[in-house]
Design a protein around this ligand. Structure first.
Ligand code: SAM
Ligand code: DTB
Ligand code: SF4
Length: 314
């Protein structure tokens, strides 16, 4: 299925996305069952350790200072706040705790504070993840030494439409940060956003980019755009949910060993579509009633859904 010399061509991913829905889901299930427990979903809780006021211009993001979205800026949380939130997340059943910050990238003093948070969360027995923007040489190693298990940094779109969404950092900047993370021995969490008005061809382009990273990411968050009033992408025509499910299936088939995360957008999604995403190979979700600034299904609602579907949490 994979071309050894060229990896996943966009055209090949496109053929997957063009399959009859049932054939695509069947292929995804075959791959999924070869590498994963088909009835297990990993739970990761997010916290925003620094909110709003971001200098970047990501067209989807409620935290960019230049858009007026009503998000209240919040300076960096204290270590105690983060430890309490992580303790609560663990007691609710999360196994990973992801700390996000609305920065272009961390300054050295931010890295020092982040390393304290990472060590403290790790000491609770949780896997640690951080998403702090672009990393400069040496910063990933500091995070790694503190015990960071995963770094999340998304490619977000296919390269050909990237400039329509973000102008303040380029695609290569993102690839460079991912390389810093790899070189520091931290697991890579990298995915993108679907539902930003892109074509199916662009969704194929995003998946091909991710699948062709060498090696492909250990964790692949597929976000559905959460439309926030005040952002440039607010009012984008809503994507047919089956297209979202198809994207999950293509991620599963092209990155068989990765954890594919059904990420932002679950609150706006029916239980039936979420169930199709799990069938298509998603085996990780964000867990807890908030993402960074927007809502996520409440933990007890997820527990009910998991029970209905016979899913175990990891
Ligand atoms: N500021 C850092 C950065 O951008 O690298 C880290 C945090 S940023 C909020 C992490 C990711 O959240 C973005 O790359 C994007 O994929 C996702 N995201 C942000 N706003 C979103 C939205 N409205 N809907 C879906 N995903 C979103
Ligand atoms: C990712 O891919 N999705 C998460 C996480 N990584 C950091 C963030 C989703 C943010 C959704 C909008 C918000 O809540 O601000
Ligand atoms: Fe800033 Fe990250 Fe939001 Fe972009 S996605 S505006 S970098 S917080």
């Amino acid at each position: 299925m994979t071309d050894k010399t060229t990896g996943w061509r966009v055209s090949k991913v496109r053929l997957l996305l063009d399959l009859p829905f049932n054939d695509l889901i069947y292929q995804a299930q075959l791959v999924h069952r070869q590498y994963h427990d088909a009835n297990a979903v990993q739970l990761s809780t997010l916290i925003s350790v620094k909110t709003g006021g971001c200098p970047e211009d990501c067209g989807y993001c409620p935290q960019a200072a230049r858009y007026h979205t009503g998000v209240e800026n919040q300076d960096m949380l204290s270590l105690d706040d983060v430890v309490s939130a992580a303790t609560a997340a663990k007691s609710q059943g999360a196994s990973r705790f992801c700390m996000g910050a609305a920065w272009r990238g961390p300054k050295q003093r931010d890295i020092v504070k982040m390393t304290e948070m990472v060590s403290a969360v790790k000491a609770l027995g949780l896997e640690t993840c951080a998403t702090l923007g672009m990393l400069q040489p040496g910063q990933a190693a500091q995070l790694s030494d503190a015990g960071l298990d995963y770094y999340n940094h998304n490619l977000d779109t296919a390269p050909e439409i990237y400039d329509e969404i973000i102008t303040t950092r380029d695609y290569q900047d993102r690839l460079d940060t991912l390389q810093e993370v790899r070189d520091a021995g931290i697991n890579v969490c990298c995915g993108g956003i679907v539902g930003m008005g892109e074509t199916r061809q662009s969704r194929a382009g995003l998946i091909a980019q991710l699948a062709n990273l060498k090696p492909y990411p250990e964790s692949v968050p597929i976000n559905h755009l959460v439309q926030v009033e005040g952002t440039p992408l607010y009012g984008t025509a809503v994507l047919d949910p089956f297209e979202f499910v198809r994207t999950i299936a293509a991620a599963r088939i092209t990155m068989p060993k990765a954890m594919v995360r059904l990420s932002a957008g679950r609150q706006e999604m029916s239980e039936a579509i979420q169930a199709l995403c799990f069938l298509a190979g998603a085996n990780s979700v964000f867990y807890g009633d908030k993402l960074l600034t927007t809502g996520n299904p409440e933990a007890n609602k997820d527990q009910v859904l998991f029970k209905k579907l016979g899913l175990q949490s990891l």
